[in-house]
Design a protein around this ligand. Sequence first.
Ligand SMILES: [Mg+2]
Length: 225
Amino acid sequence: MQPQVVTFDAGHTLIELDLEFLARRLGERGVHVEPGALDAAAPAAWRLYDELAATADHPWKELMNALLSGAGVMEPKPHVDWLWDQQREHNLWRTPMPGMVERARDLAGRGVVCAVLSNSEGTLQKLLERIGIADPFRTIIDSGNLPFAKPDARIFHHTLEVLGLPDARPVHIGDSWSADVEAALAVGWDAIWYRSRGGAPGKELNVPIAHDPAEARAALATFGL
Ligand SMILES: [Mg+2]
């Protein structure tokens, strides 16, 4: 029998932005900002990111720019450029979301094939190993090592090729409405919208929505998982 497959997005599904680490990195450049100020600025920065994600040249930098200026950093642009240059080696998304990692371990323990499917910078496998959460995943697909990224259908097909399960119909779980939910549905997969940081869909589609790991478990159960 064909095994069931669940793919997880990484940022804001398995790992989140480490604001204390971000504050420390800025401190290395003589910029002093409290993690609490970054936390307070985060909701507005994410709203901007969601508005710009489809059109901005570099949504990551737009997000970081809004986060830093919202936290009171004057002229954040050179710091944002530096943080981006550093991102491969010093990924700012490094705090595990324990409940979701537990979901993946639970699924893997029951014979479900789990994989990560992420738009990242090419060093995600190393990061997940370093923070101790790579174990449930049979493969970690990182767009930084590929000529395509979500929402491109090719990265979804590529994931199944790497898994050796070209005919599987996975459930993909992720926080980006366009890159995770709509893109997965467009290639014939099922999807769960992991609404860990709010955000609004471009249009209503009939997919399960989970706001926390307990709801993710209930959503997975609707697919018999
Ligand atoms: Mg994400």
